[in-house]
Ligand binder design. Sequence first.
Ligand SMILES: [Zn+2]
Ligand SMILES: [Zn+2]
Length: 375
Amino acid sequence: MSPALATAAPPQAEAAIGSTRQSEEWAWPAVTERVYIPALVVAALATALVAIGWTNRWGGEGFVGSWKSLRVVVVGPISLVVIGMILVVERLRPAQIRPRFARGYRQDLLYAVFNAVIVLPLVTALTLSFSAIVTKMFPWIIIPRIGIVPRWVVIVAIFVVMDGCNWYVHLANHRIQMLWRFHELHHSQEDLNVLTVFRTHPLIHVSYLLALIPGVMLVSNGALPTALLVGYGCIVAFAHSNTNLGFGFLGRILVSPNYHRIHHRLVGPQDVNLGFALTVWDQLFHRAVFPTSETIRIDTGLPGRPLIVEQMGTRPNLLRVFAIQLMAPFRPTEVSFKPPSIRNPALRWFEERDQRAGDRDSRSAVEPGAAEGSR
Ligand SMILES: [Zn+2]
Ligand SMILES: [Zn+2]
């Protein structure tokens, strides 16, 4: 037997290797057709951060105390009173006239409860873990105590730079597909309202951890008081309200409802007016579009409804839509799935349900107006 023949793999082995290669080639597209891998990376990162924080006892910070502090900021008594007041202002001076219990309002209330119960502990864990990791890995970024600088100057500096970081991450959310998958839920709201501030995917908070860095750097010199964080949250919430308010000359500095509505507009680029509380970042980077009489009542949402929204269908199914929306970042990319029925199985479900309801209604000769509208 020649050496060449002696070293050659037997036909059965070659066939086995061939089939393994073939199965590998088939396996990878099969996975990517079922799931969007980069979204899994974000989920894995969040899991790793929580695990690291847990094993390192949250960097010596008390988890329960931090969780309670965050709860005060997001759903504490002052925040809830302010949100209640904004709900009244929305009725008194609406940008768009809508039913009192529009579907979008009910869906966003679901997100508010979800945030208060489930998301807050997750954000607490991510915050403590990220701060501990940054402090341990980059101790040199912590600026030592500077006695001559008044504390209020430090607080203003943290506030402004934190807002700038939020602006930058928000831009990244619009530019990087992996992040946009999580951010599009926020933009899918067609009944923009004060509770839309809670309509965010829990894993998007991984990207906003960057905004903690200014606070970590200046921790020896001061920290943002809880009252200021509550005020910051209220400005962001108010900006989402269905209110026709531009804040006059203050609207050139602070984000108003009329200003933020342009960011959520259905028609036109949405990577403008990215500011959270201050408009200066948009102005600095030429992304500020100030409101006019034409923009005050413009529609919001995503063109073509790439994400299932509660306004679809003749009858609401808020919990089902909620579950689909939370799973949506993991759906495969559009190119992998061509038939619409496969690309979006929920869409088919809505169509079939409406078809069944239509058949039932026509059989029982119920007048068309009896079916609940899309709001
Ligand atoms: Zn956005
Ligand atoms: Zn928004």
